[in-house]
Design a protein around this ligand. Structure first.
Ligand SMILES: Cc1cc2c(cc1C)N(C[C@H](O)[C@H](O)[C@H](O)COP(=O)(O)OP(=O)(O)OC[C@H]1O[C@@H](n3cnc4c(N)ncnc43)[C@H](O)[C@@H]1O)c1[nH]c(=O)[nH]c(=O)c1N2
Ligand SMILES: CC(C)C(=O)C(=O)O
Ligand SMILES: [Mn+2]
Length: 491
């Protein structure tokens, strides 16, 4: 059976672990922890659910980003909220870092165990607990991915539209406040989460909106739900999410068109939104991204700044929307409107869009993605994109631009050779300048990928010293011993 009270020597080890300054002494004390901790962990989750094998640790010590792998000391797989709660009590008592792991598709090094400790993988918790079609909501366990949920929902005529491209876990998506190509129509995770079950650092289990509550609105006290959305595993482990569902649209048409320059494409986007057109998706690709996309996804688009569009609704509303958008495209000298109405053609187009990260990496085989993620008010978008492109060109690096431009959000996916520190430095500097530019234009350094390890300095610039102090106080309230994903969001 699991022993809840930790042996005294383990507690002492854990304390010295926290006090040690140098990396070497830190590692030395970590190295002694696993044998005992592993035993205690196995007592909770079972032998088959604990691993110290290097291959498993390495798999869990990195996400899809360029950040160096930082393997945890141990990986434990939870199968229930009780497991999560007991593991947290154990780590909290021993003051050992604990890093939640969803599906590892993050882009800011969120799962990297930069201070060692235990990785708690929650991907085995895959129950879809309830679906209420008449109320447009569902409740899922943390390991359910968005594709699994949408396959499950297929016969109900409903779907969960938040779509970060990757088949991420839905609670990982809560943890990073993910969004993607559908946000212009449906919002982000923030607007689509109604309640969360969260295990706190000391093992207590709370429901952020109260147990079993699933209302469309609430004014009951502080908004704990949205405090945990975007908390990146630093405040608690999300074990269940109650999510809003939406009706699958009656009809869908997609289109691609291209422009003479970046400015015209982005101006068109701004005008579409300012006209109040309820577009389902509007994505920008610059000529470098289009070229990458053509090569990787076997498309033959004109290599020019382009918009990928999607319209949904009744046949009549589709007619109105497409006509109006067509006029705006023409007004901005856009051309080559290509429609994709049959499902295969549409799927191919959007698959190409979702594969863009890999398409950009294929421009320089062996490189890892360094992704920027700034977001600005839509009216500032044309200037920020144009000036960002100038910075990329000045630095002489490959920097394809792809944007959820309907939200004022865009990325540069720099393929970066991690083994070349000079190159990493140049790319980091362009990314930093872009973020600072976005801040000057009333924007944020991250629209959807989160702070993780890569944007901690920028967070201070964005929120200000006092704002950051309040965030630290919140962290200390939820996690007084600082065991939850240490070194993320803050230094
Ligand atoms: C090809 C491709 C394309 C995209 C993206 C990735 C990739 C590989 N992403 C990024 C990514 O999919 C997104 O960050 C997911 O929300 C991460 O979910 P995971 O389950 O993989 O979390 P992952 O395991 O990577 O963890 C991410 C962070 O959340 C924490 N965490 C995970 N599960 C938790 C839980 N249950 N409780 C508490 N904390 C938890 C982790 O500790 C970590 O800090 C993205 N994103 C986006 O917003 N828009 C986009 O367009 C894209 N596009
Ligand atoms: C590829 C990922 C990082 C993304 O955010 C996107 O495609 O929009
Ligand atoms: Mn994105």
């Amino acid at each position: 059976m699991f022993c809840r009270k930790l042996p005294k020597y383990l507690v002492t080890l854990a304390r010295s672990y926290h006090r040690t300054g140098s990396k070497q002494s830190l590692q030395a004390s970590i190295a002694k922890v696993p044998d005992n901790l592993v035993k205690a962990l196995a007592g909770i989750v079972g032998d088959k659910n604990v691993s110290t094998a290097m291959a498993v640790r390495e798999q869990h010590g990195r996400d899809e980003s360029y950040h160096d792998c930082a393997p945890p000391e141990v990986v434990a797989f939870a199968e229930s909220v009780e497991h999560v709660s007991e593991v947290l009590k154990l780590c909290n008592d021993a003051e050992v870092p604990l890093i939640p792991f969803g599906s590892g598709t993050g882009l800011e090094g969120g799962v990297n165990a930069i201070r060692g400790g235990v990785c708690l993988d929650v991907s085995k918790m895959t129950n879809i607990i309830s679906v209420h079609p008449e109320d447009f909501d569902c409740t899922v366990e943390c390991g359910v991915t968005r594709n699994t949920l949408n396959n499950y929902l297929r016969d109900t005529g409903l779907w969960f539209p938040i779509d970060p491209g990757a088949d991420a876990s839905l609670c990982g998506m809560c943890a990073t406040s993910a969004s993607g190509t559908n946000a212009v129509r449906y919002g982000t995770m923030r607007e689509n989460v109604m309640n969360l079950e969260v295990v706190l650092a000391d093992g207590r289990v709370i429901n952020t909106a109260g147990k079993d509550r699933r209302t469309k609105k609430t004014s009951a006290g502080y908004n704990l739900t949205n405090l945990f959305v975007g908390s990146e595993g630093t405040l608690g482990i999300i074990t269940k999410a109650t999510l809003r569902l939406h009706g699958i649209p009656e009809d869908t048409i997609s289109a691609v068109c291209n422009f003479q320059d970046v400015q015209s494409a982005v101006d068109t986007t701004v005008q579409v939104l300012q006209c109040g057109i309820q577009i389902a998706r509007i994505e920008f690709l610059d000529e470098v991204s289009v070229d990458a996309c053509n090569k990787y996804s076997k498309l033959d688009m004109k290599v020019a700044p382009s918009l990928f569009l999607e319209f949904t609704g009744s046949p009549n509303s589709l007619k109105d929307q497409t006509q109006l958008v067509g006029d705006l495209v023409k007004m901005n000298n856009g051309s080559d409107f290509r429609w994709a109405s049959d499902i295969e053609e549409r799927n191919h187009l959007w698959k190409a869009r979702h594969d863009i990260l890999y398409a950009c990496m294929a421009l320089r085989p062996g490189c890892k993605p360094y992704s920027t993620d700034v977001c600005v008010p839509i009216s500032n978008l044309p200037e920020v994109i144009v000036r960002s492109k100038e910075e990329i060109q000045k630095a002489g690096v490959v920097g394809p631009i792809v944007g959820h431009v309907g939200d004022g959000n865009f990325h540069v996916f720099f393929p970066v050779d991690q083994s070349n520190p000079e190159e990493v430095k140049v790319v980091s500097e362009v990314a930093r300048k872009m973020a600072v530019l976005a801040l000057e234009f009333n924007g944020t350094c991250t629209g959807e990928h989160g702070i993780g390890m890569g944007k901690r300095k920028l967070l201070e610039q964005e929120i200000g010293e006092d704002g950051l102090d309040v965030m630290r106080q919140i962290k200390a309230t939820f996690d007084p011993k600082g065991i939850l994903n240490p070194g993320k969001v803050f230094f």
